[in-house]
Design a binder for this molecule. Sequence first.
Ligand SMILES: *Cc1c(COP(=O)(O)O)cnc(C)c1O
Length: 453
Amino acid sequence: MADARSGNLPHASSRKRSGAADDLDGGGEDFYKHPKKPSTLMPPPTSAWGDHDPAAALASVRHEFGEHGGVNMSIEASATFTVMEPETMRRMFAGELGPDRDFFIYSRHFNPTVLNLGRQMAALEGTEAAYCTSSGMSAISSVLMQLCSSGGHILASQSLYGGTHALLTHFFPRACNITTTFVDIRDFDKVRDAIVQGRTTVMYFEAMSNPTLMVANIPKLAEIAHEKGVMVVVDNTFAPMVLSPARLGADVVVHSISKFISGGADIIAGAVCGPASLVNSMMDLQQGALMLLGPTMNAKVAFELSERIPHLGLRIKEHCCRALAFAQRLKALGLKVVYPGLEDHPDHELLASIANKDYGSGGILCIDMETEERANKFMHILQNDTQFGFMAVSLGYYETLMSCSGSSTSSEMNEEEQRLAGISPGLVRMSIGFVGTLEQRWEQLEKALAGMK
Ligand SMILES: *Cc1c(COP(=O)(O)O)cnc(C)c1O
């Protein structure tokens, strides 16, 4: 499909329309958009992000001030947008005028506030563009439907989030005639062999897998995919800031913003980060999966999330620091702990070689309690007796969240699929929170372990 809107870089500046006529010269990306102090500073080119630090990249995103000079941007709470001249409407629909020049049509298409969160997500992941959606699942399903056609084939990791696994196993074959082969992505020969020439268009995996915390060798997998002209789509929900898949060769990075990036366990949201041409194609009025399936993010939600991105780095560091401390101490007590920051984790060295510096090894750890019964007893004590955390699915919350993966978030997978993905029935996944002191929390964990005897 010819991309009529590919000229509309969705990460370009917004400008207030002034005077009687539509400002058709547009353009001019301002680093700071201040209503009272217009600046001509330009954002640094993407290549300036040589030190691979997502925090530095985030600080380089143009800061949007509010309409009245407020330090925070204004929320563009409009579903629809006016023009001064009827001719402008025709040109917008023809794709000649777009959000890069501050021409907006309708908020299921582009919205300035949602676009601003997209700019932050693009900076976080080091991609040319990004656009946010109403959930992680809608980001995943939309991007895969954009990149695959009926009769197409996806090569995916066998260790995936349960919802994604179900989408690929059950929904896509039925609704879209798109099939998936699941492989162990640590076996590069198997990966290579599973690519069907002429049919496979996407390789899909999680940077750090749910719940087994397997780390993907992104550079190697991207090399294999690109040799055969296959696009690499990586779910980085478990490791924002820790890993930058696009910097390691991935073409597209998807997120469930509902987890670490939100941090509040109060919002469901997602994002697709990738080339501007892809984001624009997803917004195409005739062929765009986001435009036509419509999993749109609300501008008020986008604003709230934008305000949380500046402290994402601080939160991630604390999640990771506590997860590492607990993993080390639990291991010293003789427990079966899965944490990629531990030297005995099979992907410890791989992670160290591809992770961004100084963020840590992720905020999730797993404890194998052998049986589902022991896992349930352990979680019951941790929540109801020692107040260590909450029994709940999801992750990235400021409190610790615990779930038994086999009977919850991975229950979409059958026994054999779980075994292949390395999920034992007693595996307790913990998303380590950062409230309270580390020693206070450790005491609660130790007390619960003593209660297991
Ligand atoms: C939660 C999650 C998703 C789905 O995201 P939603 O925001 O719940 O739709 C996808 N991938 C991973 C790894 C997840 O943890």
